[in-house]
Structure formats: C-alpha cells, structure tokens
Design a binder for this molecule. Structure first.
Ligand SMILES: [Zn+2]
Length: 101
C-alpha cells in the first residue's frame, strides 16, 4: 500500500469513527444491559401494530419511556433473565436463534 493509499484508508476510518461519535452524541437515552436486552426481546416477541397496538415507540413530552408500561414489562423480563445469571451476550444470541426459527 502506498503512503497516499494508507492516508486515504485512515481518513475513511476517521470518517466512520466520527459517524459513531455522532450516533453516541445523538443518543437521547442511556443504554443499560437491561434496556439492550429489552429492545431485543421486544424486537423478537412483539407482533403488535405499532400505530395503535403497542406503545414501544410512543413518545410523550418528558415522560421517561423506559418507565412506561409498554417498555417496563420487557425491561422487567430482561432484568429477570440477567438476574438468573444469563449474560447479555448469551441472551442476545438466544434471541437471535429464536428469531431465526
Ligand atoms: Zn411493540
């Protein structure tokens, strides 16, 4: 690889990392293992209409949506799974396997 190609490749990496930084900066909520697992559980298990059948994506004012009933039940289930000693990685892999059925 020439010096010019190497610089070009490094600039591409920088561009990708800057995109990652912006994504983190724009994240409105703090992610926790429970929330990450809750998102995966909802993605695998909820078959509701998200217009008026499930409030997962619903946002209202300054309400903490993680405390809303539409998300609370998934977070509670995620907490139980993690409390049973199942790691987040294992739980996420299990959900992926189940979704692949
Ligand atoms: Zn839903």
């Amino acid at each position: 690889m020439t010096k010019t190609e190497e610089i070009k490749a490094l600039k591409e990496k920088i561009k990708l990392l800057e995109g990652d930084i912006k994504a983190v900066e724009n994240r409105k909520e703090e992610m926790t293992p429970e929330r990450e697992l809750a998102i995966a559980l909802h993605g695998a298990l909820c078959h509701c209409n998200h217009t008026d059948g499930c409030g997962w994506y619903w946002v209202e004012g300054n309400i903490d949506m993680w405390e809303h009933s539409s998300r609370r039940s998934y977070v509670d289930a995620a907490q139980k799974i993690l409390n049973d000693g199942i790691s987040l990685g294992t739980a996420l892999r299990m959900i992926t396997h189940i979704k692949d059925l």
